[in-house]
Design a protein around this ligand. Structure first.
Ligand SMILES: [Zn+2]
Length: 296
């Protein structure tokens, strides 16, 4: 039995679609709709809502806003990103790592305290570097421009989604009080298949299957989304545009939060004090041998 509270940030999981399509692992034991927030746009923006969930602060207070990114005002960066999309995977990976190292590259991160400060967190927009999300974004751009099939895009993204869920399962084995990982696939898939409900449903069911794998491996799970997606399946006016219908689901008992700004406090009420970190790492192998191997 692991005490780790595992949090999946399931981007754009729409409460209406998850319930309509009976995604039982996305809905867990208790579930509800979650009111989101809009700041720079008329609808909730991924980069602004995730740090709100982690900090409990509005975008104006956590400081990660779309107008701070400057994609559109930076033609040079846009041209570089476009050129990199044409490179082989290996070189593109190196570019992504490089981009994370330079302060003006990658996504901005909040300086505010987050619910994960005493735990661990992976690929969480506005909180950590987002290597996985950025790579999926490059695939999505290629698919949008006809350089990759939608099947290939979904297959690759299911792989990275699985890696994020596997990361979370690993955290619960080496107990930490709280661990969070973000997975973006349903956002991209929602934009891609907003007018093709059968295709979108298939992706929801595939993600639900991966969540079932995770559910069997962790004892305490929370699934939260930042917004939903307007689709023809839900008769929305603007298919392919973010909707207000975020969700929260959990294995925990008690009332659920109803607003993205209340999620941090709700999580903190449920976090047990974790064990103290063990002392600095020690390595038992002879240093000379590690140098011979090229490890040092
Ligand atoms: Zn999003």
């Amino acid at each position: 039995m692991s005490a780790t509270l595992c949090v999946i940030g399931l981007d754009a999981a729409d409460y209406r679609l998850a319930t309509r399509w009976d995604c039982e692992n996305m809905l867990l034991d208790a579930h509800g709709g979650l009111e989101s927030i809009s700041h720079s746009l008329s609808v909730p923006a991924t980069l602004e809502v995730w740090p709100t969930i982690a900090t409990g602060l509005s975008p104006a207070d956590h400081g990660v806003t779309l107008d701070g990114v400057g994609w559109d005002g930076t033609p040079g960066l846009r041209a570089v990103v476009r050129a990199v999309q044409l490179l082989p995977d290996r070189i593109r990976d190196q570019f992504v790592e490089f981009k994370e190292r330079i302060s003006e590259g990658g996504y901005p991160q909040t300086d505010a305290p987050t619910v994960f400060d005493e735990g661990s967190v992976h690929n969480w927009p506005g909180v950590t570097p987002c290597h996985v999300w950025e790579r999926e974004g490059e695939w999505f751009a290629r698919a949008t421009e006809g350089d990759m099939s939608s099947d290939a895009f979904v297959r690759r993204s299911l792989g990275t989604t699985g890696s994020c869920l596997g990361w979370l399962a690993g955290q619960s084995l080496s107990p930490v009080a709280i661990a969070g990982a973000h997975a973006h696939l349903l956002d991209h898939a929602g934009h891609m298949f907003a007018r093709r409900p059968a295709e979108l449903r298939r992706v929801y069911e595939q993600v639900d299957s991966l969540l079932g794998w995770l559910r069997e491996r962790v004892d305490r799970l929370v699934i939260v989304s930042d917004h939903g997606m307007q689709t023809t399946a839900t008769d929305d006016p603007d298919p392919g545009v973010h909707s207000e219908h975020a969700l929260i689901a959990t294995t925990e008992s008690g009332p659920l939060p109803t607003d993205v700004r209340a999620v941090r406090a709700w999580l903190e009420e449920r976090v047990d004090d974790g064990p103290d970190e063990s002392a600095d790492a020690t390595v038992d192998a002879p240093r000379e041998h590690l140098e011979e191997l090229g490890y040092l």
